[in-house]
Every structure is written in structure tokens, then in C-alpha cells.
Design a protein around this ligand. Structure first.
Ligand code: 4NP
Length: 147
């Protein structure tokens, strides 16, 4: 059973807090967290434009604070979900010997989208497009976890 879910992106201020927020809004009984593979924004709140776009659809992110992904996260969580292939590679670089915690792409749970990653809105500025994809994938993730 996967009860503890960790969402991971690069900065931990746009995509992974949005994914955590969207998921916990739908499925509050899970333990969730998010982290960044970089340490660039440690302690920061989610990026303002992402908070605003999320709030407009009923997803509150204001209590979240960025932290860096660490090897210990492989032991603390049952499922680790990255936003793109770089995230997955950087996560896997820290996998402890013998650990078999599953690491998946968020877009794996939105096959109908045809997307193979969540484009980074920090660069694209398409916060609503990222949230559309994240929300679709979170529905798929919840269905997957119920099965
Ligand atoms: P995220 O987006 O990985 O979705 O949080 C980013 C936010 C900030 C930076 C990069 C990506 N940055 O370079 O500061």
C-alpha cells in the first residue's frame, strides 16, 4: 500500500508543490510532501504566480515550504513522483543500496494527455497549462492508488 507520497521537481516552488496541493485536496487521507532536487529555494513559499493560479481553482499552497530531496526520502515515502526525466535521474542518483521504493513520472498517471513530462511553468509561464496536466495526473494517481 502506498500511503506516503513525495512529489519532486527542480526548485520545489512550482510543479511539485502544485502536485502535492492538488493531490492532498482530492485525497487528504494520504501523507504527502514535496521536495526539489536543487537546494536553490530552500525555505521559500511556492512561487507567487503558481500560488495564485492554484488558489483560483481551490488549491491552497501557502503553508508549503521548499526543501531539498535527500536520500533518506527513499525510506520515508512509499512512492516518489518526479515531474520530468531530469528529476527522475537526480532522484535515482541518491537511491540507497538495496532500496526498491518506486519512482514514477507524474505524467505516467495521465496517459490520455500524451505528455511525457510536466513542462516547467517557471520558464514557460503557462501556470494554468501545468495545473491542467497536474490535476489530470492527480486524478489518475488517486485511481491507481485505490486499485
Ligand atoms: P519547479 O520550477 O522545478 O517546478 O519548482 C523551478 C523554479 C525555480 C527554478 C527552476 C525551476 N529556478 O531556477 O530558480
Amino acid at each position: 500500500m502506498s500511503h506516503r507520497i513525495l512529489f519532486v521537481c527542480l526548485g520545489n516552488i512550482c510543479r511539485s508543490p502544485a502536485a502535492e496541493g492538488a493531490f492532498r485536496t482530492r485525497a487528504p487521507h494520504f501523507v504527502t510532501d514535496s521536495a526539489g532536487t536543487s537546494g536553490w529555494h530552500i525555505g521559500d513559499s511556492p512561487y507567487g504566480p503558481m500560488q495564485k493560479a492554484a488558489r483560483a481553482r481551490g488549491i491552497k499552497l501557502d503553508d508549503l515550504r521548499a526543501r531539498q530531496f535527500v536520500a533518506e526520502d527513499f525510506h520515508r515515502f512509499d512512492l516518489i513522483i518526479g515531474m520530468d526525466a531530469d528529476n527522475i535521474a537526480n532522484i535515482e542518483d541518491l537511491r540507497p543500496a538495496g532500496n526498491d521504493t518506486p519512482v514514477r513520472l507524474l505524467t505516467d498517471f495521465a496517459p490520455q494527455s500524451g505528455a511525457d513530462h510536466v513542462p516547467d511553468p517557471y520558464y514557460t509561464r503557462d501556470f494554468d497549462g501545468a495545473l491542467d496536466l497536474i490535476e489530470a495526473a492527480v486524478v489518475g494517481l488517486e485511481t491507481h492508488l485505490r486499485a
